[in-house]
Write a protein that binds this ligand. Structure first.
Ligand SMILES: [Zn+2]
Length: 144
């Protein structure tokens, strides 16, 4: 497989491109019996696919937050102390999930030293945030 994705199959997609946002969810409170058997301290880490074992109703309920965080929504506008964190309480008001959105290099998954990489797209440009290693590997012929 090459960086252009030629000759790639469905299993290669995750190796070529990751979502630019990775979610970390920690269950911070379980007030009473939970049908999904969630436990305090349980964690989930994912970027695109639904994490295995998470309550379906809770995931559907928190999805608008996840989507907003994925496109850069500021959770401080909803009362969170940080722009990238949010507490979500399940529809049964039993489980509290701490959601954290972190930027990751879409090429390798690294979260270290991400920097903007302007890529020409037609008459405009798209800014990717990539790690310094990937920027070096894949190069950049754009003006800076
Ligand atoms: Zn990278």
């Amino acid at each position: 497989m090459n960086p252009a994705g030629e000759g790639m199959g469905p299993d290669d997609f995750d190796k070529l491109w990751r979502e630019p946002i990775r979610f970390e969810i920690t269950i911070v409170e379980v007030a009473s019996a939970c049908r999904a058997n969630h436990k305090q301290g349980q964690t989930f880490s994912f970027d695109w696919n639904t994490p295995q074992g998470i309550c379906g109703e809770s995931f559907v309920g928190m999805y608008p937050l996840l989507f907003s965080m994925r496109i850069g929504g500021d959770m401080q506008m909803l009362g969170s102390p940080d722009r990238n964190t949010r507490i979500y309480t399940c529809p049964s008001r039993v489980v509290k999930f701490m959601i954290t959105a972190r930027e990751q290099c879409p090429l390798c998954g690294s979260m270290e030293g991400l920097e903007s990489w302007p890529i020409p797209v037609g008459t405009s440009q798209m800014n990717l945030k990539v790690c310094p290693q990937c920027r070096k590997i894949y190069g950049c012929d754009c003006a800076e």
